[in-house]
Design a protein around this ligand. Structure first.
Ligand code: NAD
Length: 278
């Protein structure tokens, strides 16, 4: 099984992360082992899961049966909102389900500011990374005010912020803040989760036709050229191959600028300021 030629990004803690990977949000736990196995066969080496996705065990089985050396894989999981007061217990349970001794990245999944528990959770993650059982730590869905509070109170800068980001929702102020603090951007919902007409917009379809690429490949390439880390989800093998075939062409500055112009500040996921899923 040959790995895809994916570039790495260096995180602010010195560790490397493959810029492109495979996400398993809403992948049925009963199907996850087969789907992740197919992604690994296709050459993916970076898998993004979370305890709340309910499929960590299946991800772990796919990893174990792949025979791929652990050091060639990059595995992310996340601390769920209801576990923010017990990050150590939740982390141990995730490792157990994944069947791993270490993950590569552990994230606080949401800030849930109405509960006031994210800072304590972050302090827990700082201890966990100190123990060596995750190589890097970061956050997800943190707005500028949540990051400012976290930096001000703990002084420990997350390696990444995983946020909803795609051409219709470009989060410029938040991205600028993260770049200033050397927090890498992971873009979730990179294709707007299939919930918009993004892939039919002419700013996407014209460069696609010109290059014999698909609209999804154009959008993913736009992310890559902006330096975003992406892990699109698909359950179809052909699309796994398609989504990864974005490292043999480049969009021009003019094409990038046209896609930049699509920002409508339109999110399809929850608002992190009010999201309180328990
Ligand atoms: P996505 O933008 O990757 O969209 C996935 C959908 O796009 C698929 O269901 C499919 O319908 C469509 N699609 C995929 N490949 C396609 C192609 N080549 N052509 C046409 N359509 C295609 O959305 P996502 O899965 O929500 O996001 C990616 C990953 O980000 C998730 O799997 C998960 O790992 C992560 N995520 C994190 C959070 C968070 O709160 N941190 C939230 C959502 C997702």
């Amino acid at each position: 099984m040959t790995a895809l030629p994916i570039p790495n990004i260096r995180l602010n803690d010195g560790n490397l992360i493959p810029q492109f990977g495979f996400g398993v949000f809403l992948v049925d736990p009963a199907e996850t082992e087969r789907i992740v196995s197919e992604a690994l066969e296709t050459g993916y080496r970076h898998i993004d899961t979370a305890s709340v996705y309910g499929n960590e065990e299946a991800v772990g089985r796919a990893i174990a049966s792949s025979g791929i050396p652990r050091e060639e894989l990059f595995i992310t999981t996340k601390l769920w909102n209801t576990d923010q007061e017990d990050p150590h217990g939740a982390f141990d349970a995730s490792l157990e389900r994944l069947g791993l001794e270490q993950v590569d990245l552990y994230l606080v999944h949401w800030p849930v500011p109405m509960h006031g528990t994210a800072l304590g959770a972050w302090r827990g993650l700082v201890e966990i990374v100190g123990s060596g059982r995750t190589r890097s730590i970061g956050v997800s869905n943190f707005e500028v005010e949540h990051l400012e509070q976290l930096l001000g109170e703990t002084g420990v800068v997350p390696a990444v912020n995983q946020i909803e980001l795609h051409p219709l929702h470009q989060r410029r102020e938040l991205v600028e803040f993260c770049r200033e603090h050397e927090i890498a951007i992971e873009a979730w919902g990179p294709l707007s989760q299939g919930k918009s007409d993004l892939l039919e917009r002419e700013e996407i379809t014209v460069p696609a036709r010109l290059r014999g690429k698909t609209p999804a490949q154009i959008v993913l390439r736009w992310h890559i050229q902006h330096g975003n880390i992406v892990f699109p989800k698909t359950t179809r093998r052909a699309r796994m191959v398609e989504n990864a075939a974005i490292f043999d062409f480049a969009l021009s500055d003019a094409e990038m600028a046209l896609i930049d112009g699509l920002d409508e500040q339109q999110n399809f996921g929850p608002d992190p300021r009010t999201f309180d899923a328990r």
